[in-house]
Design a binder for this molecule. Structure first.
Ligand SMILES: CC(C)(COP(=O)(O)OP(=O)(O)OC[C@H]1O[C@@H](n2cnc3c(N)ncnc32)[C@H](O)[C@@H]1OP(=O)(O)O)[C@@H](O)C(=O)NCCC(=O)NCCS
Length: 204
C-alpha cells in the first residue's frame, strides 16, 4: 500500500466518495455535486501548502488477501480513472504508481471550541466497493507510523459517529483510546459522536 498526496486531479475519487449515499450515511448524507470540487480544492491546497496531510490510499496486489476476498480485481481496474478505479495512476510527469485508489486518510490542525485550543484531527474513508477488506486498518497504521516519525502532530483526535460501527472498531483496532461521547460538527450538521485520541509522541 502507498499513501500519495491528494491533488486537484482527484475529482473523480472525491465524487465517488462524497456523492455516495452509502459512504456518507454516517456523515449526514451526500454532498451536492456542485460542492465536491470545493471540498477537493480545500483538501488538495491543505496538502500542497503542508498545512495538513491529505493522502489517497493506493492499494497494491500484495495488500489483498485473495484467499479471503478472491482475485485482485485487475480486470475491473484496467480502464479506471482515479475515481471509478485506476490500475496505473500518473501523479506527475515523473511518478507512476501502480495500484488502485481505494480512499483517503488525512491529519490536519482543527479547533476544539469547548476547550478553546487547536488540536490535531484525523479522518478516513474507503470507497464502498473496497470496504471490509482491511484497507482502512492498513492505511491508518501506515499514517500513524508516519505521524510518530514526524513528531509533528502530538495527541491526535478522532471523532466518529456513534452509529458508525466500522469506524468505532477501526479506532480501537489501530490503538486509539476512547475518551467520551460528544457531538461533532460535519459540514454544518451536528452528529452524535465518540471522541478517541492517539498519542503520536508515544514511541512504543
Ligand atoms: C470506516 C471505514 C473507513 C472502514 O474502512 P474499511 O476498509 O472497510 O475497514 P477495515 O476493513 O479495515 O475494517 C475495520 C474494522 O471495521 C469492521 N467493519 C468494516 N466494515 C464493517 C461494516 N460494514 N459493519 C461492521 N463492521 C465493519 C471490520 O470488521 C474491522 O473490525 P475488526 O478490527 O473488529 O475486524 C469505511 O467504512 C468508510 O469509509 N466509511 C464511510 C466514510 C466514513 O464514515 N468515514 C469515517 C469518518 S469518521
Amino acid at each position: 500500500m502507498k499513501l500519495i498526496p491528494v491533488t486537484l486531479g482527484d475529482l473523480a475519487l472525491y465524487e465517488a466518495m462524497f456523492g455516495d449515499e452509502e459512504y456518507m450515511k454516517d456523515l449526514g448524507g451526500v454532498q451536492p455535486a456542485e460542492k465536491i470540487p470545493g471540498i477537493l480544492e480545500r483538501q488538495a491546497r491543505c496538502m500542497s501548502s503542508d498545512k495538513g496531510w491529505v493522502f489517497k490510499i493506493i492499494a497494491e496486489s500484495n495488500d489483498w488477501n485473495s484467499e479471503t476476498y478472491g482475485p485482485f480485481p485487475n480486470d475491473d481496474c484496467s480502464s479506471w480513472d482515479i475515481g471509478s478505479g485506476e490500475k496505473v495512476g500518473e501523479l506527475d510527469s515523473t511518478t507512476i504508481v501502480s495500484g488502485i485508489p481505494v480512499g483517503t486518510v488525512c491529519i490536519w490542525t482543527g479547533y476544539d471550541e469547548k476547550r478553546d485550543v487547536e488540536i490535531s484531527e484525523i479522518g478516513w474513508g474507503i470507497l464502498v466497493k473496497f470496504q471490509g477488506k482491511g484497507f482502512a486498518t492498513l492505511a491508518l497504521k501506515i499514517l500513524l507510523e508516519k505521524a510518530k516519525d514526524s513528531g509533528r502532530w502530538g495527541v491526535i483526535h478522532a471523532m466518529t459517529n456513534v452509529h458508525n460501527v466500522a469506524s468505532n472498531k477501526l479506532c480501537r483496532r489501530v490503538g486509539f483510546s476512547f475518551i467520551e461521547e460528544t457531538e461533532m460538527e460535519y459540514d454544518g450538521r451536528m452528529l452524535p459522536a465518540n471522541l478517541y485520541t492517539f498519542d503520536s509522541t508515544n514511541k512504543e
